[in-house]
Design a protein around this ligand. Sequence first.
Ligand SMILES: [Fe+2]
Length: 351
Amino acid sequence: MANGEILAGFMAPHPPHLVYGENPPQNEPRSEGGWEQLRWGYEKVRTSIEELKPDVLMVHSPHWITQLGHHVLGVPRLSGKSVDPVFPNLFRYTFDVRVDVELAEACSENANQMGLLSKVMRNPKFRVDYGTITTLHLARPQWDIPIVGFSANNSPYYLTTEEGLDEMDKLGKATRQAVEATGRKVVLLASTSMSHLHYREEPELPEDMHHESPYNHGAYQWDMRMIELIRQGRMKEVFNLLPQFIEETFAEVKAGSFTWMFAAMDYPELAGELHGFGNVIGTGNAVIEWNMVKASLSRIAASGGTNAPAYASMDRDVPDVGGQDAGLAADDWSSGGPRVYNSSPSPVNAR
Ligand SMILES: [Fe+2]
């Protein structure tokens, strides 16, 4: 079987606040709404997926962290309760998901052949991370399409950013080859925020939008700069700027999902359609669609891609910025009796 296709890719951020604001029956906490611009943006994602009718949804999440190698969910059906360890007050979600194990195994096998370390996750009691669950719920709340889920290996945090993203580039190429070989028609979901500097105290009413704003002017300007380039389809510039964007805004794309997705799509110079933007606890979040079908780019070339960014050739050694986050001054949202929700975030695990 051959002729698999990547139908579309989405930047699909995963703040649990968006699920909390929607009040789906699977999530225990109840809210008064909030973060509507992002949630309305996701409505367009849902419409596109309904029209594209993919066989599989593939998602790469920064919050399934694996220290060694790139892991892939490989159990036919996984169910349980996913809880955000930082926001258990917002996200306690009962999930039940089917996995395309054949495609997962092909991705892992290809990744190993490309020199990465990869393993298929076989634990039937595995609790799927909230990043994966949140993105999948927001994209397809019916849970009727099988998935493939990738972990985020910590390589960008232990190596240079460029070396780590180069691994994600390989993982994307391995994914594309697996899609081609298995004949699947897939939608890719890059589960990630953009700028990722964030407030560290929560208002009494989390959905009180009076408190939502960019963390700072610089982060907002960076988000807008990158989105504007994306809207114009200047993706080579986006990827050339990515290490600097990461360094200056602690951007969550450092964890690799965006690079994985675009490598799988062979880095098309294709304008992304912005469906929504919003700040969540100060972080920048954009819902963006690259529809390969509309652009007549969906057929995957059997040969290797040629449009990869030259991360490795960039003569820059971007330091790990994880420590910056831990050193942020706590912003005082004290009017409502703030609750400290993350006093010592790890560089990867910060929302
Ligand atoms: Fe996150």
